[in-house]
Design a protein around this ligand. Sequence first.
Ligand code: NDP
Length: 330
Amino acid sequence: AQQILLDSRPEGLPTTANFKLASSPLAGINDGEFLVKNLWMSVDPYMRGRMIDRKSYIAPFAIGEVLEGGAIGEVIESRHPEFPVGSKVSSMLGWRSHYVTDGSDHTRLPQTPLSESHFLGVLGMPGMTAWTGLNRIAELKEGETLFVSAASGAVGSVACQLGKLMGAKVVASVGSDEKAEHLLSIGVDAVINYKISENLSAELHAAAPEGIDVYFENVGGEHLSAALDNMNDHGRIAVCGMISQYNDTRPTPGPSNLAMIIIKKLKIEGFIVFEHWAHYPEFAKQMGQWLASGAVKAEQTVYEGLERAPDAFIGLFEGKNRGKMVVKLA
Ligand code: NDP
C-alpha cells in the first residue's frame, strides 16, 4: 500500500517537499475486518490548519504520520458482515491507496446515478457547509442580496446556487475571468475578479448598490473589509473560512472598519459544519433532489494519482480548482 506522510511543517504556502510518498506491506484481515481500496480522496483547505502544531477544533497532524482526510473506497476483501466485498464506503482515511479496518467511522454509501466522488463535494462536507451557513447561520431570506467569496470553489459554488434557489440576488468574487464567466452562466447575478480589482469595496458597491444582507465569508482580509463597508443594517455574516490567511507566517492586521458591526447592527457568527451534522439527512435529501432535477450542478476538478495529492492540495491556495478539488486514486 502507498501513503502520503507529512514530512515537515509548511512555512507559508506548502510545497511538495513537505510531503513524502511511502509504501508499506498490507496486513491480512481478521474476523470483523475488511480491506479497502481507496477510489477518491479529498483535499480541503482546513488541512492546512492541521499542519500547524497548535490546539484547534481538530488535532494537528504529526510529522512522519500518514495524513488523513475524506475518502471514498471500495471493499475488496471482507470478513465483516456489514461491509461485503463491493461495498462503497466513506471514511476519513484518505492519503493512502489501501487500508485494513474494523469499520468504525465508516459509512456505506447509498446507490446514486452520480459519481461517488460527489460525496466528497456537493453531497458531502462542502455542500453541507454551504447549506448550513445559509440556512442555519445566516438565515438567508427570499429577496435578499447574498455575497459569496471563493465563490467558484467547493463550498462557494454550492452557496451561490443555493442562494439563487432561496430567491436571493447573488453577488460573488473569484480569482479569474474564466471562473467569473462560469458563475454568470449558471445564474449568479454579478461576479467580481478580485485578482484584477483595484478597489474591492467600490466594485462590490457597483455590483450590489442596494447593499448586502448576507455575506458568506470564505476568504477574510480585504474581502471582509469590503463586505463590512457594503452590509445593510441588521445584515448577517456567516464566517465559514478565511483562506487568504491560512499560509500567513505572521499575524495580519484586521479590517480597519470593524466599527461597521456597531453602526449597522450586524450579526457575525462563525461555525464548524461538524457541529451541525445531525442535520445531514435533511440536507442530503434536499440536495439529492436538486441534483436529480438539475437545479444544482455538481462540479469538480480531478487530479489523478496518489502522488499528485500534494499538488492538488497546494492548488487550493493557487485557485487551481473550479468546484470541488478531488484526487482520483484508482
Ligand atoms: P475551495 O474549493 O473554495 O478552494 C479554495 C479556493 O479559495 C481556491 O480555488 C481559490 O479560488 C480561493 N482562494 C485561495 N486563496 C485565496 C486568497 N488568498 N484569497 C481569495 N481566495 C483564495 O475550498 P472549499 O470550498 O473547500 O473551502 C472554502 C472555504 O470554506 C475555506 O476557507 C475553508 O476553510 C472553509 N470551510 C469551512 C468549513 C467549516 O465548517 N467552517 C467547512 C469547509 C470549508 P480563487 O481562484 O477564486 O482565488
